[in-house]
Design a protein around this ligand. Structure first.
Ligand code: NAD
Ligand code: UDP
Length: 325
């Protein structure tokens, strides 16, 4: 076996991002263990990898310890969409915190490198725009998004403390809104909602007046950034922002999806959820400098691929895990 080939654990590996990451790592020849409890995903996301000799699927809940021998760990296990993570907020916090402790313990025992999939939500509803990594954020610790935001912040703390105290080789990436094929059609995120609604001829639900902004990164760009961060110099632990710095209002996004789907759906306006960030755009200077990384896929191009995928699936095979879609 070439020295570059590794045993790699991907927690949350059956999810939207995790399944693509597994696919990339399997293609590179690594020995990949995909761990998932299928809370927000389904086996079909990785079914095409099951007969590969260098891929293994383990059903496990990361809040419980597990003993595996690995060289690298990507820790993605956590519900990511607001409707999913608010379904059982206590479990969401447990997954972030106990999941982090379990993967960090494994990394310490195996001397493995471990990467945390953190989030732009650590910046909360930001007063600084765009958001650089040194901005400390404005998170409401007692609101409905806190289970996710504070859980991810606590996980970053654990990663840094295991690094400082035990010398664990850690990496932290802060992921901004990412989309693409294999998003759960009922996850309640804006891109999946709008595409599903547009294709069904249902009204597109804009929360608030649609003037709030987000910056959307295509999944292939994001996965490339994650892999580069895992391979970065050992003195670069992050956190580093990964996202697309081109910013759109939610209303612009709705209009673009109507145009690309050819849908005649109407726009309807519904109340803005509590603590919904007004604006979000990553400052990716650090990723450019240290990883030589920047997104390549413009929104329209990524949306066309995503719409194509939504058209190809049989939506009856996707169970809404929560009523919040
Ligand atoms: P996803 O919901 O598709 O994937 C998460 C996966 O984790 C799912 O397969 C789910 O079943 C699994 N999971 C949840 N709880 C678990 C547990 N207790 N034990 C084992 N597995 C568990 O979401 P995604 O968009 O692929 O997100 C992946 C990671 O990236 C998450 O950690 C998320 O917080 C982070 N992230 C994603 C985005 C984005 O825009 N997609 C943005 C910021 C951060
Ligand atoms: N949103 C919307 N309609 C929807 C779903 C979401 O207008 O059907 C808005 C939501 O209020 C937020 C933005 O779109 O302002 C992005 O929401 P998403 O849940 O995708 O991600 P997050 O808020 O975590 O960035």
């Amino acid at each position: 076996m070439s020295g570059a080939l590794k045993r790699i654990l991907v927690t949350g590996g059956a999810g939207f991002l995790g399944s693509h990451l597994c696919e990339r790592l399997v293609e590179q020849g690594h020995d990949v263990i995909c761990l998932d409890n299928f809370f927000t995903s389904q086996k079909s996301n990785v079914a095409h990898l099951l007969d590969r000799p260098n891929f293994e699927l383990v059903r496990h809940d990361i809040t419980l310890p597990i003993f595996l021998e690995v060289d690298e760990i990507y820790n993605l296990a956590c519900p990511a969409a607001p409707g999913h993570y608010q379904y059982n907020p206590i479990k969401t916090m447990k997954t972030s915190v106990m999941g982090a402790i379990n993967v960090l313990g494994m990394a310490k025992r195996c001397r493995a490198k471990v990467l945390q999939a953190s989030t732009s939500e650590v910046y909360g509803d930001p007063e600084v725009h765009p958001q650089p990594e040194h901005y400390r954020g404005a998170v409401n610790p007692i609101g409905p998004r806190a289970c996710y935001d504070e859980g991810k912040r606590a996980a970053e703390t654990l990663f840094m403390d295991y690094h400082r105290m035990n010398g664990v080789n850690v990496r932290i990436v802060r992921i901004f809104n990412t989309y693409g094929p294999r998003m759960h059609p009922f996850d309640g995120r804006v891109i999946s909602n709008f595409i599903r609604q547009a294709l069904a001829g249902e009204p597109l639900t804009i929360f608030g007046d649609g003037s709030q902004t987000r910056s959307f990164c295509y999944r292939d760009d994001l996965i490339e950034g994650m892999i580069r961060m895992m391979g970065a110099d050992d003195d670069f632990v992050g956190p580093v922002n990964l996202g697309n710095p081109t910013e759109f209002t939610i209303r612009e996004l709705a209009e673009c999806i109507l145009e690309l789907t050819g849908s005649r759906s109407r726009l309807v306006f519904q109340p803005l959820p509590a603590d919904d960030p007004r604006q979000r755009r990553p400052d990716i200077t650090l990723a450019r400098q240290r990883l030589g990384w920047e997104p390549r896929v413009p929104l329209r191009e990524g949306l066309i691929k995503t719409i194509e995928w939504f058209r190809s699936i049989d939506i009856r095979h996707y169970r809404p895990p929560t009523p919040n879609y």
